[in-house]
Design a protein. Structure first.
Length: 343
């Protein structure tokens, strides 16, 4: 193992290496999670060492750890398969060992591991936006701001060591960097979203072709629904929008109706039904929050329905690279609120 020396602002030095997961690390990873989140981490299954070992064996979640030269595990980062991309997830440094500048070399090490893998279209990261530390690191690795996924986690059910924002539910941001996918192909977008899509795809330096034609919705929709009853958020993936789309979405709305229930739609914009589907979803109270590009064989638009949960976009802790998207999505949200008020 190759160790590096890191120094904090007080001049104290530590020697640390980054390495792949070993089964004995599972209990140490649980300790790291408890050090940062107590018993309130939203990924509940990661409190189970056996589950961590199993996921690493399957390759679905590839943990890596930061280890001191004395053998103590003081940090973890995971790679998670997301379509044809790999996401950087569950990054934790033991509180006692922060301020050594460890996270950036750790993230560089993780990015290097991704580049060793075959057929990876992109490097991907979803981060909660109550601080901007992870955003800064991902920007240094070349990842670009692409989307918000609003209102995923109830703030009062989530413990962490950073200052809280004033939102009832926490919003995530998506940052992406291309790996092997250099062409997004033809994407179907409403005219109003062309400019923002061009900005995002151009920042990723991938080719694309835009078609804004509306097409009649026919046949049966292909959707999948994943609802988190604890966090009261529902994710709806629309692979194909058919004639029954709105009836299916309304049925999902009726099924999940908690006080803080919110909905996020991941719409396949590689399919020619997307423009018509978008226009119909807007009528149901959804608004555009960004794109999830080059992470699968489909290009994805994200839309959000906040129901009765307000979003305070100005409370999000963002780096400059996210500001253009915040202002744009905030206008989409405010327009949606105005329409709701006048109905």
């Amino acid at each position: 193992m190759e160790f590096m020396t890191l120094k904090n602002i007080e001049g104290k030095e530590i020697s640390v290496c980054f390495r792949k997961f070993q089964p004995s690390d599972a209990t140490e990873i649980v300790k790291l999670i408890r050090d940062e989140y107590g018993e309130k981490y939203h990924k509940r299954r990661l409190y189970d060492p056996d589950y961590i070992i199993q996921q690493n064996e399957l390759g679905d979640l590839k943990f890596h750890v930061a280890e001191l030269d004395g053998g103590e595990v003081i940090g973890c980062l995971a790679l998670k398969r997301e379509g044809t991309a790999y996401s950087i997830a569950t990054g934790i440094i033991l509180k006692h060992y922060r301020r050594y500048g460890m996270f950036f070399p750790f993230a560089k090490y993780i990015a290097a591991q991704i580049r060793k893998l075959e057929n990876v279209s992109a490097i991907y990261c979803r981060m909660i936006l109550y601080h901007n530390v992870t955003q800064k690191l991902m920007a240094r690795l070349g990842l670009k701001a692409c989307a918000f996924v609003p209102s995923l986690i109830l703030a009062d059910k989530f413990q962490h060591s950073y200052d809280r924002d004033d939102n009832l539910k926490l919003t995530l941001g998506i940052m992406i960097r291309k790996a092997s996918k250099h062409n997004a192909g033809k994407i179907y977008l409403p005219v109003e979203q062309i400019k923002i899509a061009q900005d995002i795809y151009n920042s990723l330096k991938v080719k694309y072709e835009i078609d804004s034609a509306e097409n009649i919705l026919a046949d049966k929709s292909k959707i999948s629904v994943d609802n988190d009853a604890v966090q009261q958020n529902c994710t709806i993936a629309i692979d194909f929008a058919g004639a029954d789309l709105i009836n299916q979405i309304r049925a999902v709305h009726d099924k999940f109706s908690g006080t803080y229930q919110t909905f996020n739609i991941f719409l396949n914009i590689s399919d020619k039904s997307a423009v018509t589907a978008y226009n119909e979803l807007i009528k149901l109270g959804y608004f555009f929050t960004g794109l999830n590009p080059i992470c699968s064989d489909k290009e994805i638009m994200i839309l959000h329905n906040p129901r009765n949960v307000p979003i305070k976009f100005d409370e999000l802790k963002l780096i400059n690279e996210f500001e253009f998207l915040r202002e744009y999505v905030k206008k989409m949200y405010e327009s949606r609120c105005l329409i709701e008020k006048n109905q």
